[in-house]
Design a protein around this ligand. Sequence first.
Ligand code: IMP
Ligand code: MG
Length: 186
Amino acid sequence: MIHPDDYLGNGVESILYHETTIYSRLDDLAREITEDYRGKEITALAVLHGSIIFMADLLRRIPLPLQMESLNVSSYHGGTESSGTVTFHQELPDLEGKHVLILDDILDTGRTLHAIRERLDKEAKVASTRVCVLLQKRKELAEDVAADYVGFRIEDEFVVGYGLDYQGRYRNLPYIGVLNAADLPS
Ligand code: IMP
Ligand code: MG
């Protein structure tokens, strides 16, 4: 088990949400999703890689018939600012007739989710689409897109842990912390 202090002073400035806080929020989200989808089968579409840990914990709290798909896209290309272009690293899975619940780690500028929704609307013939994100930043979105379920609303800071990365690292932290880029080893 990673001790919270292991990364403190080494890129992580402070802890925003501890594991226990995240789990209790996931209980609420899962309850809400379960009520909304009762009588239907969910197809969870995980936006890779950031949503993997969130998805694993959330879906195990939803006692409904469910299938899992994933989509490998990227928009950051390594920095702490959205690059503005969303790259699809694969074709869409077959989602025809499915009730798709898109899962992403964080809604920042909204470009990623907007691009995915647009693609689904054009190509996938889905029965329905909803969006669930663990985090949403309190800032103006660059695209007109909304999440139906939001775990936590946070300030406009760069966060890592619990699936969220900086240059591919920190995803395995059990908590969500604020990254202090100045603190990083060069
Ligand atoms: P958007 O397209 O600007 O909404 O960005 C969404 C994607 O950018 C997310 O799926 C994350 O992978 C990444 N991202 C945005 N903000 C953060 C952050 O604070 N920490 C880590 N990744 C982030
Ligand atoms: Mg990322």
